[in-house]
Ligand binder design. Structure first.
Ligand SMILES: Cc1ncc(COP(=O)(O)O)c(C=O)c1O
Length: 377
């Protein structure tokens, strides 16, 4: 048996007629950029979040720095995040010209640890970017309290958590802006690049709408801006898929539950934790090997057995060669949990279209590997 890491083509085949219909509609409309399909999808995305505005962008990285820029955050300002996230979270801070300040993650959730934020705040701090890492929300209630105390903005990097919920809060409810990515492999992914930001702030909406389109919201009238638009073909694909996102996330949760039940007895790995009252949408199902040296061994063993395992993200941002590339950055306190996460993470195949046989095969191979090393724990 071979188990792929992604199921993009399976997903396409399952809802081919819906996707093809929307692509056809766009092609026949003759309007491919800033056309009616984008407008329709933006309205659907805002409604899905229960929020007022959604603005399509070229990708999830742009969504973050456009949000920072719209909030007036740039050179001289500090933005707090954590270093065990995809590189783009920090990259967007640097593109905006601000200083990235890294604090540790929480050892259970792997999301930013709110208890580490306050000590990192200076007079220059302007914002916090919590990442809903792997599909589970950061502790937004605690983060919002800190932000209110220090008058900081919050941008949720929700590239990985669309459809997730926290205990007593929804995504978007406790922040200024939610940014998201629709790159292929995301829970809501298109067949290429694109992103969006969602907000209740009319100024952010209006500013980003202009910034993404050469500083223009009327023909021939421009101000400084960029070209970062979500084109209508991708909007059509995303509109078709958005109708299924809750069922896709339910399927991810079902496979996560099966993995967790099957792997519970393993001694060499720690399994992902769903916090009480949270809805984790398992963008990734990440186990951690108890010894760092085992991370690559487990991945190699699975790959040799035709299981496409990966690592997310095996080098923390501040440990990448050349850090910080002439950009402004600061590490506030120990980031030992984030470093441990990077050193030990192994992602098992996770997508809605997996089959029970495939999940069981992965479980059997992880258990086989575990049996070889269990005595060394
Ligand atoms: C946490 C996180 N932030 C930001 C991004 C950037 O999104 P994009 O690749 O669409 O620029 C991604 C995904 O790629 C991500 O996983």
């Amino acid at each position: 048996m071979k188990v792929e890491f992604y199921g993009h083509v399976r997903q396409y085949h399952n809802i081919k007629s819906e996707i093809d219909k929307n692509i056809q509609t766009v092609l026949e409309s003759g309007q491919y950029v800033m056309g009616p399909m984008l407008k329709k999808f933006e309205a659907e995305l805002a409604a899905y979040h229960g929020m007022q505005y959604a603005v399509g962008t070229g990708n999830g990285t742009d969504s973050i720095w456009l949000a920072l820029m719209a909030l007036g955050i740039g050179p001289g300002d500090e933005v707090i995040t954590h270093p065990n996230t995809f590189f783009a979270t920090a990259e967007a801070i640097w593109i905006a010209g601000a200083t990235a300040v890294f604090v540790d993650c929480h050892p259970a959730s792997k999301c930013i640890d709110p208890e580490k934020i306050e000590a990192a705040i200076t007079s220059k701090t302007k914002a916090i970017i919590p990442v809903h890492l792997y599909g589970q929300c950061a502790d937004m209630i605690a983060i919002k309290k800190i932000a209110d105390r220090h008058k900081l903005r919050i941008i949720e990097d929700n590239a990985q958590g669309i459809g997730a919920q926290g205990a007593g809060f929804k995504i978007g409810q406790l922040s200024d802006v939610v940014s998201t990515s629709f790159i292929i492999q995301k829970n809501l992914g298109t067949f290429g690049d694109s992103g969006a930001l969602v907000t209740n702030n009319p100024d952010v909406d209006a500013t980003v709408r202009k910034l993404r389109n050469h500083g223009s919201n009327a023909r021939n009238v421009h101000s400084f801006g960029f070209n970062s638009r979500l084109d209508d073909l991708h909007a059509g694909i995303l509109s078709a898929k958005l109708k299924h996102i809750d069922e896709y996330n339910d399927d991810r949760r079902k496979w996560a539950k099966r993995y967790t039940a099957g792997l519970q007895a393993c001694k060499t790995i720690a399994l992902p934790v769903e916090l009480s009252g949270y809805r984790h949408v398992f963008h990734l199902y990440v186990v951690e090997t108890k010894k760092p040296a085992w991370r690559d061994q487990l991945v190699d063993f699975l790959v040799k057995n035709n299981i496409d395992a990966k690592t997310h993200y095996s080098i923390a941002i501040h440990q990448q060669a050349g850090y910080p590339w002439g950009k402004q950055a600061r590490i506030a306190g120990s980031v030992a949990h984030a470093e441990a996460n990077a050193a030990r993470c192994v992602s098992l195949p996770m997508y809605p279209e997996l089959t029970a046989d495939e999940v069981d095969y992965v479980i059997s191979k992880v258990k086989e590997w575990d049996a070889q090393f269990a005595s060394q724990v």
